[in-house]
Ligand binder design. Structure first.
Ligand SMILES: *[C@@H]1O[C@H](CO)[C@@H](O)[C@H](O)[C@H]1NC(C)=O
Ligand SMILES: *[C@@H]1O[C@H](CO)[C@@H](O)[C@H](O)[C@H]1NC(C)=O
Ligand SMILES: *[C@@H]1O[C@H](CO)[C@@H](O)[C@H](O)[C@H]1NC(C)=O
Ligand SMILES: *[C@@H]1O[C@H](CO)[C@@H](O)[C@H](O)[C@H]1NC(C)=O
Ligand SMILES: *[C@@H]1O[C@H](CO)[C@@H](O)[C@H](O)[C@H]1NC(C)=O
Ligand SMILES: *[C@@H]1O[C@H](CO)[C@@H](O)[C@H](O)[C@H]1NC(C)=O
Ligand SMILES: *[C@@H]1O[C@H](CO)[C@@H](O)[C@H](O)[C@H]1NC(C)=O
Ligand SMILES: *[C@@H]1O[C@H](CO)[C@@H](O)[C@H](O)[C@H]1NC(C)=O
Ligand SMILES: *[C@@H]1O[C@H](CO)[C@@H](O)[C@H](O)[C@H]1NC(C)=O
Ligand SMILES: *[C@@H]1O[C@H](CO)[C@@H](O)[C@H](O)[C@H]1NC(C)=O
Ligand SMILES: *[C@@H]1O[C@H](CO)[C@@H](O)[C@H](O)[C@H]1NC(C)=O
Length: 857
């Protein structure tokens, strides 16, 4: 029992000592925050203080004072100290070499940063900076410079350091300007270039289908370049920057911001990109809160995680804040280290009775004399935590470069104190190709000195009035976001809309209004044109042989409707035709059975059967109007239909001529009647048919074939009714005209004829039949002209059927009635006028006014 207890205690002790021993070097570090002597010195530039003197009162180059403390800069400088101390504590990284540093305050002022930079460039042995032609063989007092933080500062010293080819590794300068290696040859950075930030912003905006945005920048290197780059890329990506403005940095920004906010309101954007440093951003958002504005705010890396903004009262009312942070690791031991360091400082302080009261201008942080473990919050700040890795990685990449330059192995470096020289240009060459692993994260620089670091996309989420930066996506090298993690501060929590014009429907093109491509009217594509690509600004004409409807996105080959056999109209007409055929065949049968009776002989004898058959043929010919037309069908259609009618009508015509002959010239008729009725009729019928056949021949010759007609057809429809071309129309008129003329002649020959007394009135049948025929076809003309193609076809068939039926009904039905109901009248005497040419006996004792009127009608 006791032994197990002892064992457990032993294990616990071992564990404790191991944890302790790994960080044991914490206790050995120097308490001097800004100056550590060593074999190789790194220069550090941090914005530890803020300007307190009035620059416009500056008269001599000596009196700039920066006394108010910037805790963020101080925190980062502690990170550098930590990193150098850790490198020194590592026995394998730079064995036998002690790394030192000199950290200076930049004060974010051009007039302050030049002096420390010059001191880094002095001759290491003499501390002097002499003017030389050739600095190849010149060891500077610092081997490399870590910093400065802001792009503005880099733009001041970057070219100077570039002349000496002294490696400069910034942990915060993101302006893409420094990627230009001809201007900044020795510039490296451990934060991604704004080129990528702008890229990720544009991708994010496109992801949510926004295209109407405003861009606000701070009026210095970072904000100006960022806003410019964003606008440039936005234009390339067909986003529209509705408004772009800069917040002054060196003067009072208040009035400008008020104007700027009014302008933003006027443009109606709901997405605003703020590419700004922290202070201008804070001033801007203070005014935004005052104005009760809401929207989607897309923040650049410089401010989204800064406490100055997160603690601004009212920020939770302005809408959704999305930002980007570098994809980094936490520097885990930083807090422990700082606590140990501050404890040590406060212990050392006990040995000194009073603080150094004389102001030392080279000490950036006189307040640091009073640091205590309570101040560890300096490095626990979110912003410092976020930026810490960048500083840490910068120091480690220099250490790794030195490791390589001095050919170190785990135990020894190629280093002889006093004789080995570390030339900055040599270090720069090595640094270019360095690749280090920091606890699993690989860091290396591309040819432009940019690191392989991506972004995290974050959103501000309020929890009990405190901001929590929620990770909603990442970027390297493409954007991947989790849309479900976003919360929108809109009325219905939906993704807000920020477009100048609503999207057009398919089949509409955009007509841009004004100067922005995102503001447009939607124009419908007319029939015959179509929208070829979604972003087209003009409708495209359909290719030849194709057509489109209104608001189409494509053209189609036209489709053709025909009178299908099974359509309702067809079925009705076919039914009627069938009935007609049935009645015609019944009449035919009836006549055949009574073929030798006087009535049949009087109706034309053999010719009456020919007439009946041709009427049936005319009826059958209508079948050619149904179904898919073909070249052959179209050639036959009209000629067949017309010639059948011609046969019937010419036979009726020949009979009516006989009647005319008998009634008008009674005395001459009798001797010639058999000639007239026999060969005469045949010759007449034949010659009519020949005439009609001639017209048919000409018509067929003239009319285009269906396939040719379709080939030459102008396609300006997507669907149309296809019939055989009735061209030339005069042909159709002639064909039908001849038939009507025949009917008219028959009518005229018979309608004045006197009814023969006690005899069958053949002329009455003919008069009615022909009258009906003529009326039908004359009324056909105006109706036919006004109809569309489909109805023309239907009208043609229906009129043909009706006229056919009219002929049937008027000419044959009365005869059938007589055959069946009055067989006693079917005698030669009753038909002698027609049959024998006997002159009709004029009415004497039995006038029949009823029949007279009938025949006149
Ligand atoms: C701390 O420093 C002392 C004296 O300089 C040295 O003996 C000791 O090994 C150091 N400890 C560590 C952990 O480096
Ligand atoms: C700086 O000095 C100028 C001229 O003396 C004065 O007009 C200006 O108000 C001063 N600015 C500040 C911030 O004190
Ligand atoms: C020393 O540095 C090397 C190279 O970075 C690393 O692999 C090793 O883990 C470090 N040693 C310690 C004790 O941290
Ligand atoms: C500069 O100095 C180096 C070393 O002293 C020498 O090799 C080089 O030739 C010199 N360059 C010029 C242009 O004189
Ligand atoms: C730097 O100082 C050393 C020591 O005085 C001297 O030998 C060397 O020439 C100096 N280098 C330059 C480039 O002035
Ligand atoms: C701004 O948006 C509102 C609501 O979407 C709209 O009614 C108004 O016409 C827009 N104003 C301008 C100038 O586009
Ligand atoms: C903002 O809202 C507050 C309270 O709702 C109101 O008092 C104030 O006038 C509003 N400010 C503006 C500029 O609309
Ligand atoms: C290394 O990374 C792992 C996981 O990312 C983390 O748990 C660990 O604390 C890190 N170690 C150091 C020394 O940063
Ligand atoms: C403080 O001074 C005492 C005596 O002078 C010395 O023993 C102790 O080590 C000093 N402590 C520190 C932290 O320097
Ligand atoms: C350290 O903490 C004390 C008390 O919290 C505070 O008064 C002091 O300003 C802090 N010092 C720094 C440098 O932040
Ligand atoms: C390191 O290099 C030295 C000299 O080149 C050599 O003597 C030593 O064995 C090397 N150590 C290892 C661990 O490779």
């Amino acid at each position: 029992m006791a032994s197990t207890c002892l064992k457990q205690l032993l294990v616990l002790y071992c564990a404790l000592t191991q944890v302790y021993s790994s960080n044991e070097w914490f206790n050995n570090v120097s308490t001097n925050l800004f100056d550590l002597p060593g074999n190789i010195i790194l220069g550090g530039l941090f914005p530890i203080n803020m300007l307190t003197s009035n620059l416009s009162e500056r008269t001599m180059p000596d009196d700039i004072t920066c006394r108010s403390l910037d805790v963020f800069g101080l925190g980062l400088s502690i990170v550098m100290k930590y990193a150098v101390d850790e490198v020194n504590a590592n026995t394998t990284l730079l064995p036998g070499i002690k790394l030192g540093y000199k950290i200076y305050n930049t004060c974010r002022q051009p007039s302050v940063i030049v002096q420390p930079t010059l001191s880094f460039l002095t001759n290491k042995s003499t501390g002097l900076l002499s003017v030389e032609c050739n600095y190849t063989d010149y060891e500077t007092s610092s081997a490399a410079v870590i910093g400065p933080y802001s792009s503005e500062m880099v733009s001041i010293i970057g070219k100077l350091l570039g002349f000496f080819l002294m490696p400069q590794i910034s942990y915060g300068a993101t302006s893409d300007k420094f990627s230009d290696k001809t201007e900044y040859p020795s510039f490296f950075r451990t934060v991604p270039s704004d080129k990528w930030q702008v890229e990720v912003m544009v991708q994010l905006i496109k992801e949510f289908q926004w295209n109407w945005v405003a861009v606000i920048g701070s009026e210095e290197e970072y904000g100006q370049t960022g806003a410019q780059e964003f606008t440039k890329l936005a234009q390339k990506s067909s986003l529209c920057v509705a408004y772009q403005a800069l917040i002054p940095v060196y003067t009072d920004p208040g009035p400008t911001i008020r104007v700027l906010i009014d302008n933003i309101k006027r443009t109606n954007v709901s997405v605003i990109v703020v590419f700004s440093l922290t202070d201008p951003a804070a001033a801007f958002f203070t005014e935004v809160i005052k104005n009760n504005m809401t929207g989607v705010w897309i923040g650049s890396t410089s401010w989204v995680k800064r406490r100055k903004l997160t603690s601004l009262p009212g920020m939770n009312n302005i809408g959704t804040i999305i930002g980007f942070t570098e994809k980094i690791q936490n520097v885990e031991l930083l807090t422990d280290y700082t606590r140990t360091l501050f404890t040590k400082i406060s212990e050392e302080r006990k040995n000194v009775t009073h603080p150094p009261n004389n102001y030392d201008p080279s000490d950036p942080c006189p307040q640091c004399w009073s640091l205590s473990p309570a101040n560890v919050s300096i490095v626990e700040d979110t912003a410092v935590q976020q930026e810490a890795f960048s500083v840490y990685a910068a120091v480690y990449s220099v250490a790794a470069a030195l490791h390589q330059l001095l050919h170190c192995n785990n135990t020894v470096c190629d280093w002889k104190p006093g004789t080995t020289k570390v030339y900055p240009w040599m270090l720069m060459q090595v640094l270019k190709n360095i690749s280090i692993d920091i606890n699993g994260t690989n860091v290396q620089f591309d040819s432009d000195g940019n690191p392989n670091v991506g972004y995290n996309v974050i959103q501000w989420v309020w929890e009990n009035s405190a901001v929590h930066l929620q990770n909603v996506g990442s970027f390297l090298p493409t954007l991947s976001i989790d849309k479900s993690k976003f919360t929108w501060h809109t009325k219905d929590s939906a993704v807000p809309v920020s477009t100048c014009s609503a999207n057009c429907e398919p089949g509409q093109v955009r007509r841009v209004k004004g100067s922005h491509s995102c503001c447009f009217d939607c124009i419908n594509c007319e029939p015959g044109t179509y929208q070829a690509k979604p972003d087209d600004i003009q409708c495209t004409r359909c290719p030849k042989g194709q057509w489109s409807t209104l608001r189409s996105t494509s053209c189609t080959e036209p489709t053709f409707e025909v009178l299908w056999w099974d359509s309702i109209e067809s079925v009705l007409m076919l039914l009627a035709a069938a009935l007609l055929l049935l009645s015609q065949s019944s009449v035919l049968l009836l006549f055949l059975r009574h073929r030798s009776t006087p009535l049949v002989m009087a109706s034309g004898g053999t010719l009456t059967f020919v007439a009946l058959l041709s009427l049936m043929g005319a009826c059958l010919s209508l079948l050619l109007f149904f179904g898919q037309p073909t070249d052959v069908v179209c050639r036959l259609q009209l000629p067949f239909a017309s010639i059948c009618q011609t046969v019937a009508l010419s036979i009726i015509g020949s009979i009516s001529l006989q009647i005319f002959f008998v009634t008008e010239f009674p005395e001459r008729a009798a001797p010639h009647i058999s000639t007239i009725r026999g060969p005469g009729s045949w010759i007449l019928v034949l010659s009519c048919c020949v005439a009609q056949a001639g017209i048919c021949g000409w018509f067929v010759q003239e009319a285009p074939s269906l396939s040719l007609y379709m080939k030459n057809m102008e396609i300006n429809f997507v669907s149309s009714f296809l019939t055989c071309p009735v061209e030339p129309q005069i042909g159709f008129a002639l064909l039908q005209g001849l038939n009507v003329a025949l009917a008219l002649v028959s009518f005229m020959c018979t309608f004045m004829a006197v009814k023969p007394l006690h005899q069958y009135n053949v002329s009455r049948d003919i008069t009615f039949a022909c009258l009906i025929y003529c009326v039908i076809w004359v009324s056909f003309i105006p109706i036919y002209i006004g109809l569309n193609t489909k109805m023309k076809s239907i009208a043609h068939v229906s009129f043909s059927l009706t006229s056919n039926f009219g002929l049937m009904a008027a000419y044959y039905f009365p005869k059938c009635y007589l055959i069946m109901r009055k067989p006693e009248l079917n005698k030669v005497e009753y038909f002698c006028t027609v049959l024998e040419g006997a002159p009709p006996t004029p009415p004497q004792d039995e006038p029949q006014p009823k029949t007279e009127t009938e025949s006149v009608h």
